[in-house]
Design a protein around this ligand. Structure first.
Ligand code: SAM
Ligand code: SF4
Length: 345
């Protein structure tokens, strides 16, 4: 891709498009609202994880102020994630505030990624705030395996959460990380289950990030192989539909539901990347796999002017690399020390 110059922040129009130096329009922000979680998925978080001190985590007011800034700078889609977003107390105040901005036409979509445990409590409120679709992570339908993988006997609650979301009119995509030797015998079952529960599904390649850096080459399962196995039992029809994220979709003929493949490692999707991430401590991360990011919390807390915050965001977007260099090869597995749960997976 050809590198381009970007406008100086002082010349930002009132409503702009954030464009990186490779010409990609950045209009999708993933926001980690907390690093805490009520599960400990073995590929994501170590069981003895140390969380950030509360003072280092952005307050709900700071999160809201930064969302408003990103919306002003052209972000059209916001995804709240974590950690577990519902583990953040007061999260619905943020959701409701953003919902009002959504209703005003300030941006196009407010969505969320959750492990689903607390959805029975929050699904109706999400729907009232204008959330129309969410992703729920579910790697297994086997109760014992769920407990072993996450450290908690919560499968029933996640299923109840998915049903509550559907009953509230929220579309659900079930996210399943392909874990070699752990859940690879379940994709047919999960696909059928999603059909019965009116959900789309996405399979995700394990990334060498967070606790996923521990022996990823042994658990990594390329999605091409998974797809070939599925095609032995299911007719998968290619679809040009995109959700605004990285998944490539097919329609499962037997259920009529969509199945997405998020092949971050084996295929990569950097050419169309439209995303930036804000960590729960206010670090703006242009790419999961590169660099240290830009500290917006310090700017906010030092009473940085609107122009200074805008300029920092533009600089972060300009520093977005052309592509990630994730690999599951043994020589590189230690490279990214980032964690999905802090950066906003
Ligand atoms: N707690 C919420 C959940 O699990 O949905 C939101 C945060 S979680 C970090 C977001 C997504 O990242 C989940 O779908 C999870 O499976 C995925 N994830 C975590 N670590 C990963 C890794 N090493 N490789 C690929 N996906 C990962
Ligand atoms: Fe928690 Fe989500 Fe990570 Fe699992 S994947 S430990 S639910 S943040």
């Amino acid at each position: 891709m050809m590198k381009r110059e970007c406008p100086a922040s002082s010349s930002l129009p009132a409503r702009m498009r954030l464009t990186d130096s490779f010409g990609r329009v950045i209009d999708y922000l993933r926001l980690s609202v907390t690093d805490r979680c009520n599960l400990r998925c073995s590929y994501c978080m170590r069981r003895d994880v140390t969380f950030l001190p509360k003072a280092d985590v952005l307050s709900l007011e700071e999160l809201d102020a930064l969302c408003q800034t990103f919306i002003r700078l052209g972000v059209r889609k916001l995804r709240l994630t974590g950690g577990e977003p519902f583990a953040r107390s007061g999260i619905m105040n943020l959701v409701e505030g953003l919902g009002r901005r959504l209703a005003d036409g300030g941006f196009d979509e407010l969505t969320l990624t959750t492990n689903g445990l607390l959805l029975p409590k929050f699904a109706a409120g999400l729907a009232r705030a204008g959330v129309r679709r969410i992703n729920v992570s579910l790697d297994t339908l086997d109760r014992d395996r769920f407990r072993a993988l996450t450290g908690f006997d919560g499968l029933e609650r996640v299923v109840a959460g998915i049903d509550a979301a559907r009953a509230s009119g929220i579309a659900v995509r079930v996210n399943t990380v392909a874990l070699g030797g752990i859940n690879e015998d379940e994709y047919d079952t999960l696909l059928a289950w999603c059909g019965e529960h009116d959900c789309d599904m996405a399979l995700i390649e394990l990334m060498p990030i967070g606790a996923g850096t521990a022996r990823p080459q042994q658990r990594f399962l390329p999605l091409d192989r998974v797809r070939r196995r599925l095609e032995a039992h299911w007719r998968l029809e290619p679809l040009s539909w995109r959700s605004g994220g990285p998944a490539e979709y097919v329609r499962v003929a037997a259920t009529g539901r969509r199945l997405g493949f998020i092949a971050a490692i084996s295929h990569g999707f950097c050419r169309e990347c439209n995303r930036i991430r804000l960590s729960c401590s206010g670090v703006l991360v242009p790419c999961l796999a590169h660099g240290d990011g830009i500290d917006l919390r310090r700017l906010l807390r030092e009473n940085g002017s609107e122009a200074a915050v805008d300029a920092a965001i533009v600089a972060a977007v300009l520093s977005k690399p052309e592509e990630h260099r994730f690999s599951v090869a043994p020589a590189t597995v230690a490279a990214p020390v980032r964690c999905m749960w802090q950066m906003g997976g």
